[in-house]
Design a protein around this ligand. Sequence first.
Ligand code: HEC
Ligand code: HEC
Length: 128
Amino acid sequence: MNKLTVVALLLSFVGVFSAFVPQAQDPALQNLKVLPKDMTFQEVREVMKGFNAALGVKCDFCHVPSSADPKKLDFASDENHHKDIARKMIRMTAKINRKYFNDHAKEGNTLTISCATCHNGQKHPKSI
Ligand code: HEC
Ligand code: HEC
């Protein structure tokens, strides 16, 4: 998966991208297993804000509090099992797009599957 694909697929619902200017004080990323490892902290943060919106949750739904400072979250930790589920979901979403919406994307149509397509602001997608 390249960076642009991820960005297009995951963020199509967030709207306009903010400018990704790396900040000197940004923490280094330690534990990316699915997202491209060359993503900057700011880019990852934008993707994460998209998850919040798509699922109707806050960051702590997938990230455990830091043991050093419980007021902060330990983003690199894998202790919250929702983070694991989310990794599978990222892979699944990318695969659906790659496998079934490839031609669609080639025609310049960016309306592909994102987290929000199924979740629509809910942790558990609802059926009608
Ligand atoms: C639906 C679950 C989910 C939510 C909500 C979520 N995250 Fe994440 N976050 C993940 C997953 C999954 C990863 C790991 C991605 C990977 O392995 O490539 C991650 C990784 C990160 C990382 C990289 C940590 C590192 O060092 O590797 C940061 C920073 C981060 N998230 C910040 C946030 C922030 C800030 C929010 C709220 C705005 C947030 N996350 C909300 C699932 C979530
Ligand atoms: C094709 C539809 C679909 C897409 C796309 C999708 N999900 Fe899901 N997701 C589901 C369904 C259905 C469930 C509920 C499974 C269950 O109840 O066991 C779920 C459950 C989850 C859960 C677990 C919620 C909980 O309460 O434990 C997380 C976290 C999650 N999805 C994150 C994501 C993220 C992040 C994305 C985008 C990268 C995404 N999903 C994209 C269908 C989807």
